[in-house]
Each structure stands twice: as C-alpha cells, then as structure tokens.
Write a protein that binds this ligand. Structure first.
Ligand code: MBD
Ligand code: FE
Length: 284
C-alpha cells in the first residue's frame, strides 16, 4: 500500500498512512462535478456554522483555537480519522437505509484492499506468537431469501491484542490480521483469528486534543471489520462487536448496532472462543 514508513506509534504516523490509503481510493471524483449539489451542501453547512456562532456567541479566542486545531488536523494527517469517527456513521445510515439484509456500519480509516486470498477455512495471517484469545469466526453468506451464495468473498481486517492495525502502526507484518476469505460452494466460511482489543484513538494528535478538550473518552469497542460480497449482490461493509465488551454501549464513533453484536462461547477444549454469524446480502 503505502511507502510511508510508520516507524512510530504516533498520531502523525498512523494519520499519514491513513491519508495515503485514502488517496488511493477513487470514489470522490464523480461527486465534484455536480455544481448544484456542491452549492446547496456547502451553503447549508456554512449557514449551520454561522448559526452556531451566533447562538453561542463564539469569541475570537475560540475562533482562533478552532483555526489552529483545523490546521493541526491536516498536519497530523487526521482528516480520515476525524471524519470516519464523527461523520461517517450518518453517511452510512443514509447510504444503507433501504437495505434488507445484514446491517452495515462504517468502514473507518484502516481498510486496505487486496488482502491475501484465503480458502473457506483458514487462519488469518498472524505472527507465530500472536497474543490474544483464539477466536473461531464462522458463518454462511446467503441472499436475503436464504439462498446460499457460492464463492462469496469475506474480506476481514482487525486490530491485534494491543489495538493496533497492520500498515497503520509500526513493527507489524504487512498483512497481519487481514485476509480475503473465499467461502465454499454453500457460502460457508471458518476463520481462525484472535479476539481484537478495543481501539484507542491516538491521544497525541489533533483528534486526541479535541477528545481531551471536550472531556470525552478516546475508545472504540473491540471489533472485526468486514466487507462481504458475492456476484449479483450488493457488497456490505460492516463491523461485528462482542456482547458485554468495554465501550460497546459508548462507542466514540457511534457505529455499534444491536444486530452487529456477537455472542461468542468458549470452545470445549479450552483453546478460546467460537461464534457463528451469517450474512444476508441484498440483490444488486
Ligand atoms: C478504527 O479502528 C475504526 O474502526 C474507526 C471507525 C475509526 C478509528 C479506528
Ligand atoms: Fe477499526
């Protein structure tokens, strides 16, 4: 993916990698052509800002603090993080409001396309001594009518036991805990991985400063990220959470939905947990 070397676990290092990753994505180019929509959206956004300034009597000190902070968001490469944590959940809500199948939620800043292809039963790429409780994540991909979808694709990416994502934190193998699992002829998959840790927004960058200044907490609950797709069907981008886990009811990114909470159970031989979650895809 990126030639930015994330030598340190800093906000600026992960921000630079996330910014570079976003630049590789082409989705934004069609939108800029529609003058009327740009006019309406930006005018309303600015009008809302003007209204907030009047209602709260914004001071010059606050205006300058805002300016300084916005400059720092860019310097730290934290626009992808800021937008995905505090804005994307509403974009997702609008984009998926008419879907019938599995609920979607935000993609976030740490997806990398083209993770290594893996067979229907596989372990995610991980270090030999990968820390964390083993997790067997299995299920079936079907249409909304229950029809099994052969050779469905289950792209999965997740943080490790310390809450770090490969390619966005230092000293991790390139594809650690990332894979593209090809389900079998009945849409079934069986993924051997580890339980991810909750994710802490970097505290040393602009987003961390905002969180501290506003008296918020910097955490997302532990989660698995997924993109599930099959020929003739709509790809779903979603995340799965763990019932009872820290921050499940208080996600800084507002991205938890009740339908997306897993109930893993201990495996009989004591080697970890297992959980089954089935995906239903809408027709394209
Ligand atoms: C994450 O891991 C994440 O999923 C989101 C949405 C934002 C920041 C970090
Ligand atoms: Fe995440």
């Amino acid at each position: 993916m990126t030639d930015i070397i994330t030598a340190q676990a800093t906000a600026a290092a992960s921000g630079a990698a996330a910014t570079e990753q976003f630049r590789n994505k082409q989705r934004q180019e069609a939108a800029a052509a529609d003058t009327g929509r740009v006019d309406a959206l930006v005018t309303e956004l600015l009008t809302s800002a003007h209204d907030i300034i009047r209602r709260h009597g914004l001071t010059y000190a606050e205006y300058d603090a805002l300016k300084a902070w916005l400059i720092r968001v860019g310097e730290d490469g934290e626009w992808p993080l800021f937008l995905d944590v505090w804005v994307e959940h509403v974009v997702e809500e609008v984009a998926n409001e008419n879907r019938e199948g599995t609920k979607g939620t935000i993609e976030g800043p740490y997806y990398v396309p083209d993770a290594p292809a893996l067979p229907a039963e596989a372990a995610l790429p991980m270090r030999e001594d990968e820390a964390g409780t083993a997790l067997l994540f299995q299920g079936q991909v079907t249409g909304v009518d229950g029809t099994p979808l052969p050779a469905a694709k289950v792209e999965i990416w997740q943080a490790d036991d310390e809450g770090y994502y490969s390619q966005f934190a230092p000293n991790l193998p390139e594809w650690n805990l990332r894979g593209t699992v090809i389900a079998d002829e009945t849409g079934h998959f069986k993924i051997h991985t580890i339980q991810p840790a909750p994710y802490q927004i970097p505290t040393d960058g602009a987003c961390g400063s905002l969180i501290q200044a506003a008296g918020w907490h910097p955490w997302r609950p532990a989660h698995l990220h997924l993109k599930v797709s099959a020929p003739g069907h709509r790809l779903i981008t979603t995340q799965l959470y763990f019932r009872g886990g820290e921050y499940v009811t208080d996600d800084i990114a507002s991205a938890v939905k009740p339908e997306l909470i897993l109930d893993p159970t201990p495996v009989a031989d004591g080697t970890g947990h297992e959980v089954t979650y089935d995906f239903a895809l809408d027709k394209a």
